[in-house]
Design a protein around this ligand. Structure first.
Ligand SMILES: [Zn+2]
Ligand SMILES: [Zn+2]
Length: 1009
């Protein structure tokens, strides 16, 4: 006996039950034990930042990770299953600042770095537990408890080692550069953090007059959207090739920008170069000494503004480069927090936003403002705190990329990217990458081990042991390799022997995550250290070992990694960088990337918009299986619109599969069928063509799914499974239903085989539902579908599969023809003629039965009329002026049929999607055609056919009545029918309705026999 199934699955309840069973039975441990020592499949987990609960975005990636690890486990591969948490950097700091109500770096320092560090660690502890809980609920099987935490001292030491190696090659440079800067966070932002952080903003748009010193009454006019940069103005740039004109009001502008203006004089830009002008704020000390002049610049755009560009080298990257070229002074108006320095007089202490108003007011008072308005544009903001970024000149530490760029591109070329255009994106990124800015002026992060000495020597510490050896003092108080403690350990300079202190900066978080393929796998580690990875801040959170180098050799590079697209310039990039720098090759062989997630209407999800879905809510309302299905159904090159609407549709589709299973369970229990587990190995002894077909169809599913998993395309797995379920339910069961009303062992064995094999191939995607059904359907088999191994596809009978595929096409067309004719489905018909589906010929009986026709003929369909019209939206652009001719010829029937939906008209060959084809049958025939198959249904009726239709209506009515009367499907009945003419069919009536007697009477009645 199978356990009876309810009408539909309760996903949430069923999943919680299965989780409990996995826990009790140690299913995952059994799986790992079984695969231990087998060939390895190496997956490296990209760390999730431990600063939030599991969201549906993260659940997407976690699902893909789990699906492929499960698949590979079913195939017997030994795997590591190590989960990772990202634990340092601004993500963590910003959350803690918010919680503590701290608004500036000064306030953090007043709060105390030691307390601040403890708070940051608390956040990681709390959210790593939350994420673990959510991930387990999602069904993700990982080696929980042996996670890597990037704030581990071991991880930090590995980055130190990397930096020391980089320094040996001379790639570590201190830069005095213009950089994007977050004034709230008080730190520079590197290029890879910028992409994707542009938002729409309205900023002031100012046209400002700079009077020319030696030409009284004349001014140049510039345009800017950043008023706060005006006090730092030192030059104005013109395009030497462009034409500039002097307007009647004495203003010089580019002629191209003012097509309607009248100009008194016109000159080439080159003639303006060298002119001196009064700066906008010469009243402020920094500007007073500047010799403001016009400089040439090829990049001056004539697409916006006035064609004259205000140059402030302390506030812009290009401006800074121009300053070097033209030896201009660099004025830096704002400090780390984006506030004006004291020497800026009336502006001192103002933020860039506050300054804008004062600046506009002053310009207006002094008659310098030509025009002020608003300008809508895309502007970058800080990706962590959403403060608009500014440019500052800062002394940052960089890794020079000149020497590593080409090796990285070569290494990337060896990686197999899915979808493949992600590989191209990576190459673009590498081709254009600028030096890696690795320093951040922050607190809770990797301490950069750089100790520049006043003697000119840069000391770089490569390990904790190295630090201990060279420390002047402070080792005893070094709780973790972290601020504040590390700052109290000065070292002795290699070159001069003087004591040197560490720079205060911490490292870019992508160093933390990028080192993972080395730090967690024990690269260059002389011995295996138990618990050796769980050091520093991660002590007590994990028991992860530090393996030895031999282990690294076995598991590096990763066979596969997967993350969202933005990781191309983040984790994939930093890993690739560090790996090429350390060992000269890519850290992964294959990458699956995927696009973005939106809500089901295609909008971004935001907490404040009320359309964010918490994973917790999704588990209870749709179930983890349905979430996973939704993630997996999405081709990775398209954005996913996630939500409860699509989930509803998925539940509906899963219900078809559920119903097929329930059908088997219900009738098997009635007929006392019990399965032969060995059928899963050998296949059931199918003799009938329909049974043989289902076996072949099942084998084909296994083959298709295997191929899809191997290509890491879950969407293809889902598509194959969906098509299979349609065939199973709408063909096999539909065609064989009656066989299950008796002890037809072959039918039961075949259906059972098909259901169980299909469960197995979809198990990695929906691990809960499949395991629940497996445990019910396969008594005496492996205790869990996840311990059952991977089914062999065998050699599907391709001929038979193609034949039935044709049969299903013919039936589909037959249904269309019926729909066209307006005849109801229960009306039997005389004849169907089929042209062009020769493969279906051996199965004519099936077609006749399915379409309720007495006879199926294969041959020519008596020529009806074929109407072909142009598909205008497609053909219009293709044919242009010839379209009218083609349309007329088509209307006249002046065309040649080329087969497979193609036509030749007036020398043009038209494909199936370029024309609209309609078949009009001869009188008395309904015709449908598609892809070279045409069917014609004889629609003429006679008395016999009409009477049979009435019989079928009656049978249907009895069946409905049976259901309404609450009879069991096996109950026998006594039947009374009102129409005596139908008594001649009483045998058939009795058989179809399980009637023991059929009597005439005044109305339709039945009672239990
Ligand atoms: Zn910020
Ligand atoms: Zn020195």
């Amino acid at each position: 006996m199978f356990t009876p199934l309810p009408d539909k699955p309760d996903h949430n309840g069923l999943e919680l039950e299965i989780l409990e069973l996995w826990e009790q039975e140690g299913t995952f441990e059994q799986l790992r034990e079984r695969n231990r020592g087998n060939p390895k499949w190496s997956f490296v987990d990209g760390p999730v930042t431990a600063n939030k609960k599991l969201g549906v975005h993260t659940a997407w990636g976690r699902t893909l990770k789990d699906v492929f690890q499960r698949y590979k486990a079913l195939r017997g591969f030994d795997q590591r299953y190590q989960n990772g948490f990202d634990c340092q950097g601004l993500w963590i700091e910003v959350g803690v600042e918010r919680e503590l109500g701290l608004n500036s770096k000064r306030e953090i320092e007043e709060y105390g770095l030691e307390r601040f560090a403890a708070k940051c660690r608390d956040v990681v502890v709390f959210y790593s537990e939350e994420l673990t809980r959510g991930s387990k609920r999602l069904g993700q099987w990982m080696d929980w408890g042996n996670d890597y935490f990037t704030f581990s001292d071991t991880n930090i030491e590995y980055i130190w080692k990397f930096l020391a190696r980089v320094h040996e090659r001379g790639w570590l440079v201190k830069g005095h550069r213009s950089t994007e800067w977050c004034p709230r966070c008080g730190t520079s932002i590197s290029a890879h953090e910028l992409a994707g952080s542009y938002v729409d903003r309205a900023d002031p748009s100012l046209y400002v007059r700079f009077p020319l010193r030696d030409h009284p009454g004349e001014s140049i006019v510039i345009w800017t959207t950043t008023p706060w940069t005006l006090p730092a103005n030192v030059a104005a740039a013109v395009n030497t090739e462009a034409e500039y004109g002097l307007r009647e009001n004495g203003e010089w502008v580019a002629v191209a920008r003012y097509p309607d203006a009248r100009f008194e004089r016109r000159v080439r830009g080159a003639e303006l170069v060298g002119l001196r002008y009064e700066g906008p704020f010469d009243d402020l000390a920094p500007g007073a000494d500047v010799d403001h002049r016009v400089i040439p610049w090829d990049e001056v755009s004539l697409d916006e503004g006035t064609g004259i560009v205000h140059i402030a080298p302390g506030c812009g990257a290009e401006d800074f480069d121009l300053a070097r070229e033209h030896d201009l002074p660099v004025l830096m108006p704002v400090d780390e927090s984006g506030r004006f320095y004291d020497e800026y007089g009336w502006l001192h202490g103002a933020s860039t936003a506050e300054a804008a108003e004062q600046i506009i007011g002053r310009l207006e008072e002094r008659g310098r403002l030509v025009e002020a308005g608003l300008y809508e544009h895309r502007y970058p903001e800080c990706w962590r705190c959403h403060t608009p970024l500014i440019f500052r000149i800062a002394d940052d530490w960089f890794i020079s990329v000149d020497e590593i760029r080409e090796p990285m591109r070569r290494a990337n070329a060896e990686v197999e990217w899915v979808p493949d255009y992600f590989g191209k994106r990576m190459d673009d990124w590498l081709a254009n990458m600028s030096d890696w800015n690795i320093s951040r002026r922050r607190y809770y992060g990797l301490p950069l081990p750089l100790y520049p000495c006043s003697c000119g020597h840069l000391n770089v510490i490569g390990s904790k042991a190295d630090l201990a050896e060279r420390a002047v003092e402070g080792m005893e108080q070094l709780v973790e390799l972290r601020r504040p403690w590390i700052d109290h350990v000065p070292i002795r300079c290699d070159a001069c022997g003087e004591a040197v202190t560490r720079i205060p900066e911490v490292g870019d978080v992508w160093l933390d995550a990028g080192i993972v393929p080395f730090s967690t796998l024990g690269w260059e580690s002389p011995e295996w250290v138990e618990g050796g990875y769980a050091t520093g801040a991660s002590r007590g959170l994990s028991e992860a070992d530090l393996p030895d180098h031999a282990y690294w050799e076995q598991w590096f590079p990763a066979d596969w990694v997967t993350e969202m697209r933005e990781q191309i310039r983040l984790w994939f990039y930093s890993q690739l960088f560090m790996s090429v720098a350390l060992v000269g090759r890519a850290p992964f062989k294959r990458v699956l990337g995927y696009e973005k997630m939106f809500d089901e209407t295609g909008r971004e999800m935001h907490g404040s918009w009320g359309n964010m879905i918490e994973a917790e809510e999704a588990f209870t309302r749709m179930g983890a299986d349905v979430m996973r299905w939704q993630f997996c159904a999405q081709p990775p090159n398209q954005n996913l619109n996630f939500g409860f609407g699509p989930a509803h549709e998925i539940r509906r589709r899963l219900l078809t599969f559920w119903n097929s299973t329930k059908f088997l369970v219900d009738y098997a229990n009635i007929e006392g069928f019990s399965p032969t587990v060995a059928d899963l190995e050998t296949g059931p002894p199918a003799e009938r063509p329909l049974d043989r077909w289902l076996v072949a169809r099942t084998q084909a599913l296994v083959a298709e799914a295997t191929e899809a998993y191997e290509a890491t395309l879950t969407s293809n797995v889902i598509r194959a499974f969906d098509a299979f379920v349609d065939d199973l339910s709408n063909w096999y069961i539909r065609r064989s239903r009656r066989r299950f009303y008796s002890t037809d062992d072959a039918a039961f064995r075949t259906l059972w085989y098909a259901l169980v094999q299909s469960l197995r191939v979809i198990a990695p995607v929906i691990p809960f539902l499949t395991d629940s059904l497996w445990r019910n359907l396969v008594p005496g088999g492996a205790g869990s579908v996840h311990l059952a191994g991977w089914p062999e596809p065998g050699e599907p009978d391709a001929v038979l599969l193609e034949e039935i595929a044709e049969v299903r096409r013919v039936v589909e067309l037959g249904r269309q023809a019926r729909a066209v004719s307006g005849l109801k489905l229960r009306q039997p018909l005389r004849r169907l003629v089929v042209a062009g589906a020769e493969g279906a010929r051996p199965h004519a009986d099936e077609i006749a039965d399915e379409l309720r026709v007495k006879e199926v003929e294969f041959g020519e369909v008596a020529a009806g009329e074929l109407r072909v019209r142009p598909n205008l939206p497609v053909l219009g652009p293709k044919l242009g002026a010839s379209l009218r001719d083609v349309r007329e010829r088509l209307a006249r029937g002046d065309f040649e049929e080329l087969g497979e939906g193609r036509f030749r008209v007036d020398g043009h060959e038209l494909g199936p999607d370029e024309v609209l084809v309609e078949h009009v049958g001869l009188e008395g025939w309904a015709v449908a055609a598609e892809d070279g198959v045409t069917v014609a249904l004889d629609t003429s009726l006679d008395d016999d056919l009409r009477l049979e239709a009435e019989l079928l209506d009656l049978i249907r009515a009895v069946q409905v009545l049976r259901k309404e009367s609450g009879l069991e499907i096996t109950d026998r009945i006594r039947l009374t029918i009102p129409d005596e003419r139908l008594l001649e069919f009483s045998d058939r009536l009795a058989e179809e309705t399980l009637a023991t007697t059929v009597e005439p009477g005044d109305e339709l009645r039945l009672e239990k026999a």
